[in-house]
Design a protein around this ligand. Structure first.
Ligand code: AMP
Ligand code: ZN
Length: 395
């Protein structure tokens, strides 16, 4: 079933990708959506819709386009490092080969189990990132992969990213509820049908990022030093709807982070210093990538008024790796400065009793492995020697 919608207003080039990705969340009937050069949206529908339902769908699509077009200004792209043209041998999408060879198994929506090739790459990158952070003085941490609802509410996450949330639910601690669940629950077409009111109130969610748990760790404290530095690996969850087909966009993924909490100057200095070391690692691994400023809708809303638009684009930088098979790029990591936002919300104080600033650098390991395989292929003989020998030492 197809449905087309002609946008009544022109969609600027810089917003085309955002429009398509946001449309993944407007209606459950949409299985796939593409945008052509004439600003017409082509939707592939899961179910047939009545004319009334189609009209409602059009209204929702228009609402998203209106919001994005009227509230977003064209970002000024600032390129900090450009290694995008570095020659790399890979030309093809690694996904089909990884699936065919059993190196990857798709186990659910946005979920893949990784075999030794991809898991080995993730582990290698993770080890090197940890070595880097530890050598810079970061303390290693391990955080839960859940986060209290009260924390996410406090940092206004519900207002800004409701579509991507994942909830941790459990049954009510009530014998009758548990027995009814045990006898009546059925899974049909992958969907759980369970007795009404089985779940207790939701108090926790699955963590969308690693550093939140560090701000919670430091909450209501006065730090003994003007800079605290932590590093951790964590499982993160972001529901990305119909956009989840490959390692590019997962529901459940692993992020490595190094996190800085301290004075504005020390945080900014550490972000730059450790960021440059991280860049050297990407270069050593032979990756074709670019480091450029990025817009994060969360911070645009939070700081847009306070700082003027220009500064917003100095808060987030993304490492975008080349994907030769689609002549595009993919964000594999980011460097973020949050000013005193988390310090204020979580009451983290510095030794002089001023509010702490914070920043973090994070890399998605599955994405990094995916970009590496897109650039070098799945045959280790084609890989840069240092990575090949680290993963497959010859006896
Ligand atoms: P962000 O906090 O949005 O800057 O994300 C940090 C990094 O996490 C990104 O650069 C990606 O490498 C990774 N990441 C974010 N979302 C996803 C996702 N849905 N699937 C896989 N990796 C992701
Ligand atoms: Zn972070």
């Amino acid at each position: 079933m197809e449905h087309t919608f002609q946008s009544p207003r022109p969609i600027p080039d810089f917003l085309r990708k955002d429009v398509v990705s946001k449309l993944a969340y407007v209606d459950e009937s949409i299985a796939q959506v593409t945008l052509d050069d004439h600003d017409t949206l082509h939707c592939h529908l899961r179910t047939e819709l009545t004319p009334d339902q189609r009209q409602i769908l059009d209204g929702k699509m228009q609402q998203v386009i209106d919001l994005l077009v009227t509230s977003t200004r064209q970002p000024m792209i600032k390129i900090i490092e450009n290694h995008l043209d570095r020659p790399v041998p890979g030309r093809t999408d690694p996904m089909p080969q990884l699936l065919e060879t059993g190196q990857l198994v798709h186990t659910g929506d946005g979920m893949f189990s990784l075999g030794p090739l991809v898991a080995g790459l993730c582990r290698y990158f993770e080890n090197r990132f940890f070595q880097l952070a530890l050598s810079q003085g970061a303390g290693i941490h391990r955080f839960p992969s859940m986060i209290p609802a009260s924390f996410l509410e406090k940092i206004q996450y519900f207002k800004n990213f409701p579509h991507s949330l994942s909830f941790a639910a459990h049954l009510r601690t009530d014998l009758n509820t548990i027995e009814r669940f045990a006898t009546e629950t059925r899974c049909q077409d992958g969907v759980l049908h369970l007795p009404k009111d089985s779940f207790s109130g939701i108090r926790h969610l699955l963590a969308p990022t690693v550093c939140h748990n560090y701000y919670l760790f430091l909450a209501n404290r006065t730090l003994p030093h003007p800079l605290a530095m932590a590093t951790a690996l964590g499982t993160c969850y972001r529901y990305e709807s119909i956009n989840m087909h490959s390692l590019e966009r997962l529901w459940n993924f692993t992020m490595w982070e190094v996190i800085f909490v301290g004075t504005a100057n020390l945080v900014k200095e550490a972000l730059l210093r450790v960021g440059q070391e991280a860049s050297l690692l990407l270069q050593e691994w032979g990756l074709a990538y670019r480091l450029e400023n990025a817009n994060d809708p969360f911070f645009i809303r939070e700081f847009g008024m306070q700082t003027g638009f220009q500064n917003i684009y100095d808060l987030k930088y993304e490492y975008r790796a080349r994907l030769p098979f689609k002549e595009g790029t993919l964000a594999v990591g980011s460097r973020n400065y949050h000013m005193d936002f988390f310090g204020r919300q979580m009451q983290i104080q510095l030794p002089d009793h001023t509010t702490a600033h914070s920043g973090c650098i994070g890399f998605g390991l599955e994405r990094l492995a995916f970009a590496f395989l897109a650039q070098y292929g799945i045959d280790p003989n084609q890989w840069p020697e240092s990575i090949r020998t680290a993963l497959f030492p010859t006896p």
